[in-house]
Design a protein around this ligand. Sequence first.
Ligand code: HEM
Length: 412
Amino acid sequence: MNTATLSPATAAPPAGVPVVDVDPYCDAFLSDPYEAHRQLREAGPVVWIPAYGIYACARHESVHAVFNDHATFISGAGVGLANFNQETPFRPKSLILEADPPSHTKARAILARILSPKTVMQIRATFTAEAESLVERLLARQMAGETIDAVKDLSEVYPLKVFPDAVGVGDANRENLLLYGNMIFNAFGPRNERLQKSAELVQPVTAWIMAHCQRENLRPGGFGDLIYQAADAGEITHDEAPLLVRSFLSAGVDTTVNGIGNAILCMANHPDQYAQLCADHSLARPAFEEALRFESSVQTFFRTTSKDTGLLGVQIPKDSKIVTFLAAANRDERQWPDPDRFDIQRRPAGHMAFGSGIHGCVGQVVARLEGEVVLTALAKRVSRIELIGAPQRRLNNTLRALASMPVRLIPV
Ligand code: HEM
C-alpha cells in the first residue's frame, strides 16, 4: 500500500487482538477504502492498526457499541488521532464535539434547539427555492455551451449559499469555509503531508473564520446570533459563544458539500436508481440517506477510553485511542443485505453516517433537508445525469470528498 504520507510511529500489538496492517491515511486507502474496510471487518469486531498504534472498529455492531457508551469511550480527549490527554490540541477544543457530559449536555441543548425540526420547517421554502433556481441556472449555462462541474458548480455552491445565509454570515469570501473545513477534517488524522498542505492554505483564512464567529459579523436572528442570545440568557458565557458558532462553520459546510456531491455521483453511476427518483420525487429523502450509507462523507471518528474496559471480547487499556470506521459499518454485510448495492428503496435506518448516541450529528436535520431538496430539484428538471469525464476525488484524512465531476444534465 502506498505510504506517500509521513511515516507514523509503530507500536507493539496488544496480545490477542487481531492485527490489520493497513494505513488508513495513505492515498491508496483514501482513494478506494472499501476492500480495506472489508479486511478490517473480517479480522474481528475490534482490531489493532500497528502503523498508528490504535484500536479500530469497522463492524456495525462495534461502532454502534463505542458510540453508545460515552462514559467509557470519551470525546473530551479528541475525536481524531491526537490524544489530548497527552498533547495540546492545535486549536481550542470544540465545546460540543470534543466535550463530555456535563459540559457537552449544555452546549448540545443550545445547538439542538437552534437546529430543531421547527427550524427546518421555517427554512424549507427558502432552501427549496435556492435549489430550484440553482438547477435552472445550470441548465441555462449548459444551453449556452458551458460544461457543468457537479462539484464546483453545484455541490459546493449550494451549501455555501444556503447554510451561511441561515447562520447569518455575509456573502463575501465564503469559499474560505471550504478551505477551513478541509483543514479541520484533515486535522482529525495524523500530522501528514495532506494536513500540512491544507493548514498552509488555511492560514490566511483563520482570521476571517474567527471574525465571522463574532456577534457583530452575524445577521441578527440567524443561527449564529441565536447562540449569542443563549449567552445573553446565561446558558453559556459570552466567551463560549464564538466557539459554538465555530462548530457550525467547521461542521456544517464540507460535510454537506460532500454528502450532496457523493449523492449526485451515486445518481450518475446508477441511472436506473436515478430513473426511480425521477418517477417518484418522494424518494429524494431515502435516496440521500442511501447515498450517505453507500459513500459516507465522514469516514472516521475516534474515541479515547476513560478506563480499562472490554469491548466485544477484547481488553482495551485506559487512555487508548480507538478509530471507528463509520463508512465500513455502513457496508457491513452482518448488518445490511447486499451492502455494496446502491438501492434507493433500501431505507437504511440505523446507518452510522451521522454517528450515534449523544454526539450523533446535531445538524442532521439541516443536512437531510439540503440533500432532499437538491435531489428533488434535479429530479424535477433533469432526466439523466451523464458523467462526461472521470470524477476526481479530493483526498482528505476524514472526508470522502470530491474535487470535480464534469457532467451533462439531460433536461426533462
Ligand atoms: C451530510 C452532512 C453531515 C454529516 C455526514 C455529518 C456527520 C457527523 C457525524 C458522524 C457526527 C458525530 C461526531 C462524533 O460522534 O464524534 C457529527 C456531529 C456533529 N455535526 Fe454533523 N454532519 C453533517 C452535517 C452537519 C451540519 C449541516 C451541521 C451544522 C448545522 C453539523 C454539525 C455537527 C455538530 C455541531 C456535531 C457535534 C455534535 C455533538 O458532539 O454532540 N453537521 N456530524
